[in-house]
Design a protein around this ligand. Structure first.
Ligand code: IPM
Ligand code: MN
Length: 370
């Protein structure tokens, strides 16, 4: 198989972790005889520095001509004083909109080997297997007007929560399709006791549910969902929610099983290409130190193999390699616990690659004597 992959490393640790993911994809290409071609583009603060825009047209073109997009992270304190339209986050929001990436899939998987890194007790998080489906191109993130105002000679501000019904239908429909292939349950999260947009969201969820009789629909208010994620995360299968609620809840979900540094995501559109990125941010405080956790980016590459290219065996090989290095006790700093072995970003990547290629490594040797 031959595939074109656009790589947008972005800012901070984005560069280090995407390099890790690219290395791993290359190892998969070697083992399974695929040809992955990587073309690099700028996004975020670095794009602003090089081109004057956080998302230059060349980058959008590159993505549109590719089979899939791998993104690192954007942002950093040095860009905080830029005007809003030039900020790195603008680049990220614009690529989502330009590629119409309306559904952001954020899986939370339980790793037995990381149970110690979770802030929750093991019996609460054991076997959590949840998929958050976040609407990604609407809601408060994109609604107009969004501006400062003067009202009665006093400072005021407005942001707008806007959705077309069809934007709700397509993402909720996707959540049901995914649930149908998994645990057959959709939890639709809203704030229907207060917001009109949420009341429409609930209506649409009811409508879509009729087309999936084998999938159970549950409605949950967002404040309660925030609580249930901590109290009883196992009760969730597929969670579907609007953009801002999904942003907040998915960060919460990500720490359940250890670290933000572990969680991948896939953003889907109607016609592709899809975009894959770790959930974590650019972590400027640890940039360039070779200590960032590359596993979220690597697991995002696994999602790419599965979802964009239909390469299930290859995706599983990446996930198995990640499992193996964790079982062997190797940890980047964010997931380090007592008795485990601290490794750098590049060592972690090397170990994952070695597992994929069946080479001898520290982890395989340690695994043999474990
Ligand atoms: C995310 C991030 C972004 C978001 C920021 C960087 C704009 O937090 O992907 O979750 O809020 O969507
Ligand atoms: Mn976020």
């Amino acid at each position: 198989m031959k595939k074109q992959i656009a790589v947008l490393p972005g800012d901070g640790i984005g560069k280090e972790v995407t390099k890790g993911a690219v290395d791993v994809l290359q190892a998969i290409g070697d083992r399974f005889d695929h040809q992955f071609e990587f073309t690099y583009g700028h996004i975020g603060g670095v794009a602003y520095e090089v081109t004057g825009s956080p998302l230059p047209d060349e980058t959008v073109e590159l993505c549109k001509q590719s089979d899939a997009v791998l993104l690192g992270a954007v942002g950093g304190p040095k860009y905080d004083t830029l005007p809003v339209h030039l900020r790195p986050e603008r680049g990220l929001l614009k690529i989502r909109k330009d590629l119409d990436l309306y559904a952001n899939l954020r899986p939370t998987t339980f790793y037995a080997s990381l149970a110690d890194s979770s802030p929750l007790r093991k019996e609460i998080i054991q076997d959590v297997d949840m998929l958050m489906v976040r609407e990604l191109t609407g809601g408060l993130y994109f609604g107009k007007p969004s501006e400062r105002r003067t009202v009665d000679e006093k400072e005021a501000v407005v942001d707008t929560l806007f959705y077309k019904r069809e934007e709700m239908v397509r993402v909720i429909e996707l959540a049901f399709q995914l649930a149908d292939k998994r645990g057959k349950k959709v939890t639709s999260v809203d704030k229907a006791n207060v917001l009109e947009s949420s009341r429409m969201w609930r209506e649409v969820a009811e409508e879509v549910a009729k087309r999936y009789p084998s999938v159970k629909l549950e409605h949950m208010l967002v404040d309660n969902a925030a609580m249930q994620l901590i109290k009883n995360p196992k009760s969730f299968d597929v969670v579907v929610t609007e953009n801002l609620f999904g942003d907040i809840l998915s960060d919460e979900a990500s720490v359940l099983t250890g670290s933000l540094g572990m969680l991948p995501s896939a953003s889907l559109s109607e016609n592709g290409p899809y975009l894959y990125e770790p959930i974590h941010g650019s972590a400027p405080d640890i940039e360039g130190k070779n200590i960032a956790n590359p596993l979220a980016a690597i697991l995002s590459a696994a999602m790419m193999l599965r979802v964009s290219f239909g390469l299930e065996e290859e995706a599983a090989a990446v996930e198995k390699a990640v499992d193996e290095v964790l079982n062997a006790g190797l940890r980047t700093k964010d997931i380090l616990s007592e008795g485990k072995r601290a490794v750098s970003t590049s060592e972690m990547v090397a170990e994952v690659k070695a597992c994929i290629l069946g080479h001898e490594t520290i982890s395989s040797i340690m695994g043999a004597y474990a």
